[in-house]
Design a protein around this ligand. Structure first.
Ligand SMILES: O=C(O)CNC(=O)[C@H](CS)NC(=O)CCC(=O)C(=O)O
Length: 347
């Protein structure tokens, strides 16, 4: 992994890096000729707050890299202290991204809103054709980028429930796919607080994948990560090549499990894993672990931000021939015993 530091742009500010994975030509040429050319994808890390417009400003700044080069920061972000430093860091990342030519940018769960009061987000929940998501569709179109928007508060089946929905928008601004989080986080986190996501959220019940120029994508959200059967279905039934895990992991559980779970999913499915994370303090009560990460199908971490708190993103050349290379040398899909041995045993 090589870190291209944007430090020269602002030596005194938190350093934001774009990590790039270089294609190894020898490996690429020995593999499937049908594999698409490597494409640049980015994984965002951000600290969403209880303000839809402020979060949109951050997402927009990170996405519209090319138009931002000569722009000033949005005025509401120019405040003394940490926020201004973080905003600046995001801006520098955007400049870096322009040079990187990112074609697919992945945002974390609850990118558009994290409230501080119970039930706040249900009141803001909108259908996918509502104004909040439509603004992100315009953003994708204007910047010519595919977006993964994990964990949008989609209007639910009744007024007191939302869906936690992961949305994929293509570079023409069209919603290509959406997935409603299946596993809800009803957990008593040791030393932290009791989460009861099901109070305001209705679980989805459908496994979703979608084709893209960056391979077949498997859509999941956060706590889903702890349920490997979902990822097995995505890999062996849906034939996915890239697994997306937008998240807002708690600090406690993230420290204990985040990287290990993500690398396990990459290794056992032989897929790329792109996991965008919320980071740091959102309000007095809530803090996320951070550590946005991209993992290759061999399980190696190939990109992450320089620290777990900064706003910005890391970039890799996603090379689908690498997926095929790993699968050819270690053909676990042929070695599986699911149909012959395990199918008849219930868990
Ligand atoms: O409620 C919201 O604002 C959005 N939803 C979330 O942030 C969800 C439910 S509270 N968080 C997780 O799934 C964390 C999982 C986790 O931390 C773990 O598996 O260890």
């Amino acid at each position: 992994m090589r870190l291209a530091l944007a430090a020269s742009l602002a030596p005194s500010l938190p350093i934001v890096a774009a990590a790039r994975f270089r294609v190894r030509r020898a490996m690429a040429s020995s593999l499937s000729a049908a594999a698409a050319a490597p494409a640049k994808v980015g994984v965002v890390q951000m600290t969403s707050v209880g303000d839809v417009d402020a979060n949109y400003a951050t997402c927009s700044r990170l996405t519209k890299a090319s138009t931002l080069v000569s722009c000033s920061l949005p005025s509401h972000l120019i405040k003394p202290g940490v926020l201004a430093a973080r905003a600046m860091a995001g801006w520098i990342a955007a400049v870096e991204a322009a040079a990187s030519g990112v074609k697919f940018l992945c945002f974390p769960e609850v990118f558009s809103f994290i409230g501080s009061k119970d039930g706040e987000s249900v009141k803001l929940a909108e259908p996918l054709d509502g104004p909040i998501m439509q603004r992100y569709c315009s953003l994708a179109k204007e910047s010519g980028m595919w977006l993964s928007l994990g964990g949008f508060q989609e209007k639910g089946p009744d007024d007191s429930h939302q869906y936690n929905t992961h949305v994929i928008i293509d570079d023409s601004g069209t919603i290509r796919s959406s997935y409603r989080k299946i596993h809800l986080f009803d957990v008593d986190v040791p030393g932290n607080m009791v989460y009861k996501e099901s109070r305001f959220t209705t679980a989805g019940d459908t496994v979703v994948s979608v084709d893209s120029p960056f391979g077949r994508l498997g859509l999941t959200v956060c706590y889903d990560l702890r349920f490997p059967e979902l990822y097995q279905i995505l890999r062996f039934k849906h034939q996915t090549q890239v697994l997306l895990v937008p998240s807002a992991f708690t600090k406690v559980t993230g420290e204990a499990h985040w990287e290990t779970l993500l690398r396990a999913r990459a290794i056992e499915t032989q897929c790329y894993v792109i996991a965008a994370a919320q980071a740091g303090k959102h309000n007095e009560k809530r803090e996320s672990y951070g550590d946005s990460i991209i993992i290759d199908p061999w399980g190696t971490v190939i990109a992450r931000l320089p620290d777990r708190l900064s706003t910005g993103f890391a970039v890799v050349d996603l090379d689908l021939s690498k997926v095929e290379a790993v699968r050819t040398r270690m053909p676990i899909s042929e070695h599986r015993k699911f149909d012959s041995v395990w199918k008849s045993s219930s868990l």
